[in-house]
Design a protein around this ligand. Sequence first.
Ligand SMILES: Cc1cc2nc3c(=O)[nH]c(=O)nc-3n(C[C@H](O)[C@H](O)[C@H](O)COP(=O)(O)OP(=O)(O)OC[C@H]3O[C@@H](n4cnc5c(N)ncnc54)[C@H](O)[C@@H]3O)c2cc1C
Ligand code: SF4
Length: 486
Amino acid sequence: MADPKGFLSTDREVAETRPVETRVKDWNEVYVPGSLLPIISKQAGRCMDCGIPFCHNGCPLGNLIPEWNDYAYREDWREASERLHATNNFPEFTGRLCPAPCESACVLGINQPAVTIKNVEVTIIDKAWDSGDVTPQPPERLSGKTVAVIGSGPAGLAAAQQLTRAGHTVAVYERADRIGGLLRYGIPEFKMEKRHINRRIEQMRAEGTKFRTETEIGRDIDAAKLRKRYDAVVIAAGATTSRDLPVPGRELNGIHFAMEYLPLANKVQEGDLTTSPITAEGKHVVVIGGGDTGADCVGTAHRQGAASVTQLEIMAKPGEERAPGQPWPTFPMLYKVTSAHEEGGERIYSVSTTHFEGDEDGNVQWLHLIEVEFKDGKLEQKPGTERKIPAQLVTLAMGFTGTDQKNGLVEQFGLELDERGNIARDADFATNVPGVFVAGDAGRGQSLIVWAIAEGRSAARGVDRHLAGASELPAPIRPTDRALMV
Ligand SMILES: Cc1cc2nc3c(=O)[nH]c(=O)nc-3n(C[C@H](O)[C@H](O)[C@H](O)COP(=O)(O)OP(=O)(O)OC[C@H]3O[C@@H](n4cnc5c(N)ncnc54)[C@H](O)[C@@H]3O)c2cc1C
Ligand code: SF4
């Protein structure tokens, strides 16, 4: 156990953020670099090394949290990193971006603030990179088997790294011009600087994983050809079809899916564009959708110099305390103030968009909304509450409906879908097509990075068993696992 009295003597402290007025002028991560190191060992010392560590169950990866808390407390960073990597290929992604269901499940959280597990995680991995402890781990021998991974988001990368290390020859196919999936072109630079992806890709290349960008399976290479060329295929193509809002005026200029808006801002940061063709500069911006994607649009609009930013949410404002139906140790729906919300803008809850209004040139100018409430499980509009708000740029961030089928991927492979429209799979993450597996949002539906990594790792074990008859790779989850997420 780290410090037997740590949880009594030390209050929870988290990473310090840079002042709002400074950070909205740049795109760097919002945290003060190096602010965690002086405090983190004491924070790790708050861990009680519980007999039943509920944090394990909260984490889809089954992270060995009390073990690395202990090493972090003792400042044995190398051992801490070794324990961290035992269950997670990319802790620098989860340590920055995960909503930390482990912290919601932490036993300390029953009657005082939980251990700051995510901050401990990111400190361990950043230190490991800085001290050169993260090195390539190429396989000792090759199996002679080949695997194609479709999609280079966290699920595809985790599957590829596990399979390469198991000795298989792996090629990752990505339709975009860079590797990373939503980590690269969804999540803005201020939440995670892309240098973190780049150095992982270098590690993976050095281990032997091959990457093929700007190659869309279904269009550039058809499924039959791919199956012929490889002994197994992992589909990690994400759930990239955005949910639309088919109300009058949707066709006006200036109304875009979040995933049309955000990638362009990321491309500016990559140096591909000088300015984004869809910019919030000087405009009244309305973001429809109150989740993380919406918050990313809010933070992006602030940095582009929006005149105002309003975020709309159809659901009622969540409480700041756990609701009775979401007790510890489940992951509760709570009112969240993300870094983007700290930077300004207004959030309006319990409203629905009725239509958009434009000017004579067809550019959106106003968004009309009405207040709504749920009655007996049904959404009802409140008569007399209609109003309009200025809207010269609107982003639709209302979630995703499933994997992209326009490129023929699903049809060409002959894949069965489940009742939610995702690619169906069995307990080994195998689809109905022999030798074809699925991992991440493509099979699970829109989810989280931590689930994508866990699924990639588990699917890799399924592939390894298929190719070699047995596998020593770990399988943290089954497709139906929901851990403690409500
Ligand atoms: C804006 C935004 C912000 C988010 N923020 C967070 C966050 O802060 N924390 C968090 O935990 N989760 C977040 N998420 C969710 C998280 O990013 C996803 O759950 C996760 O990336 C899913 O990983 P994946 O590997 O399954 O798919 P993806 O990351 O979607 O990657 C799929 C890849 O497959 C490629 N592809 C698709 N079809 C083909 C094809 N036919 N041929 C070749 N390539 C193909 C796509 O181009 C894409 O690169 C966010 C999502 C969005 C949209
Ligand atoms: S539940 Fe919290 S206190 Fe207990 S072992 Fe996990 S991190 Fe430590």
